[in-house]
Design a protein around this ligand. Structure first.
Ligand code: AMP
Ligand code: ZN
Length: 464
């Protein structure tokens, strides 16, 4: 596989080579489970699902995506709702997994929960104290950033400048404002675990370092997350893991997706400008949301607007429309080779917009071709490429019957076609033409043939 990926640490697109031949380990920072996922949160899940699907074509992949189920935001949500922490986390873990599954995100191989790795976290903190990289102060354990000379390399920040310009509120027990918490004390009503430093709970950054080591080893191939995680979360994970492991590399490649925004403002729970995945799913098939999320390159910002889903739905209608009349058996589909141009685009740092353009050019060729064997082969390759993209997973009939309710539902279209038949039978051609025009205005073309009338949706302003 000729995969190239953009590595945040090197600041460059580089050829991908795993540590162990034929195998890839991958860690993605997962959700903090205190409310529903918004589509910004879904972006990394979809992007790294696509990467995992692509990698699995050539490698044995071990993909871990964690659940942060101990966090001050969770504690606050429990207090605010009068529920227990377990009720909150249980509910939102399930909601997250249901939502991601609706977006075609396959379950990761491992889904470690932070609360089930406290022993590993305590052991990492102990080794950081022993190696002189961490210190105990007033029941807290802090990482001493000055003890790690590469601090700031991932996020391209200079430690001295950071300290000088720091607006971090400095707790009195910190030696330096940038020192971060590995372990903090818990009051009796907060979740806590016994430790050599008293009853307490882990810092967020520590959780991922400990879980990655436990499940994927000291050096992992790919570490992913959203751009907002580069600093401080990943910078701190990197510092802890390297210092706890005698300087061994932590992640060979760091990949970060760009932000999803609305009206150029980052979508975020704290700003309240969120579109929840589970609400969108009430009216839109998950595949439409998935395609919308993949319509921009993962490193580029994606500005969500009212048109984003409409155009994603039209795009899927075009692709399903292209394979609609081609009769392909299950084995032909599973044995088909995905369109090489699509794979090539994805191997180039996951260029999903280019991959989609290749899908459309194949669909166009398919629509034009009259050779049955060619059409079959093209359709099978298109569907196989869809499997890599996590798209075209519906049967064509289901898609047109249920999923494609943009503008006019399938039932409404069918009803109009019946009316048109009746008009034609009664030689009321003006009415029949008016119905054809009405359908065309709704983006539906019809084709009359000896077997009857077929309809399909087309993207407006696109030649077929
Ligand atoms: P959180 O639950 O806030 O920890 O976020 C889970 C994941 O979603 C992290 O990888 C974040 O970087 C990512 N994320 C959060 N907001 C956005 C956004 N607006 N655009 C893209 N990714 C985001
Ligand atoms: Zn993390």
């Amino acid at each position: 596989m000729a995969l190239k990926i953009h590595d945040t640490l090197r600041g460059d697109k580089v050829p991908f080579e795993p540590l162990v031949d034929g195998e890839v380990t991958m860690y993605l920072c997962g959700p903090t489970v205190y409310n529903y996922a918004h589509i910004g949160n879904a972006r990394p899940a979809v992007v790294f699902d696509l990467l995992a699907r692509l990698l699995r074509r050539a490698y044995k992949v071990t993909f871990a995506r964690n659940i942060t189920d101990v966090d001050d935001k969770i504690n606050a949500a429990a207090v605010a709702s009068g529920k227990t922490i377990q009720e909150i986390t249980g509910r939102y873990i399930k909601a997250y997994n249901d939502d991601m599954s609706a977006l075609g995100v396959l379950p990761p191989d491992i889904e470690p929960h932070a609360t089930q790795h406290i022993a590993e976290m305590i052991s990492m903190v102990k080794s950081l104290i022993e190696s002189g990289n961490a210190y105990v102060a007033e029941g807290h354990v802090l990482f001493d950033v000055s003890s790690y000379e590469d601090y700031g390399r991932l996020s391209k920040r200079n430690l001295r400048e950071m300290i000088a310009g720091s607006r971090v509120e400095v707790a009195p027990y910190k030696r330096s404002p940038q020192d971060f918490v590995l372990w903090k004390p818990s009051t009796p009503e907060l979740p806590g675990w016994d430790s050599p430093w008293g009853r307490g709970r882990p810092g967020w950054h520590l959780e991922c370092s400990a879980m990655a080591e436990k499940h994927l080893g000291r050096t992992i191939d790919i570490h992913g997350g959203g751009l907002d995680l580069v600093f401080p979360h990943h910078e701190n994970e990197l510092a802890q893991s390297r210092c706890a492991h005698n300087g061994e590399p932590f992640a060979r490649y760091w990949m970060h997706n760009g932000f999803l925004s609305m009206d150029s403002t980052k979508m975020s729970k704290s700003l309240g400008n969120v579109l929840l995945v589970h609400e969108l799913l009430e009216s839109v098939p998950g595949e439409v949301i998935r395609l919308a999320l993949l319509s921009a390159h993962y490193r580029q910002p994606l500005d969500w607007s009212g048109d984003t889903l409409t155009s994603a739905r039209r795009m899927l209608d075009r692709l399903y429309g292209a394979v609609r009349d081609v009769d392909i058996g299950a084995s032909e589909r599973s044995n088909a080779v995905p369109l090489p141009a699509v794979i090539e685009a994805l191997e180039d740092d996951l260029n999903s917009p280019k991959a989609m353009a290749e899908m459309f050019s194949a669909a166009k060729e398919l629509n034009k071709s009259t050779d049955a064997a060619d059409r079959k082969a093209l359709a099978a390759s298109l569907l196989a490429a869809g499997d890599v993209l996590g798209l075209l997973q519906w049967s064509v009939e289901e898609w047109f019957a249920g999923a494609s309710s943009d503008g006019m539902s399938a039932d409404e279209i069918e009803a109009l076609l019946v009316e048109r038949e009746e008009a034609r039978a009664g030689r009321d051609f003006a009415r029949a033409d008016a119905i054809r025009d009405e359908l065309a205005a709704a983006g539906v073309t019809i084709e009359d043939s000896a077997e009857g009338t077929r309809w399909r949706r087309v993207e407006k302003d696109q030649d077929e």
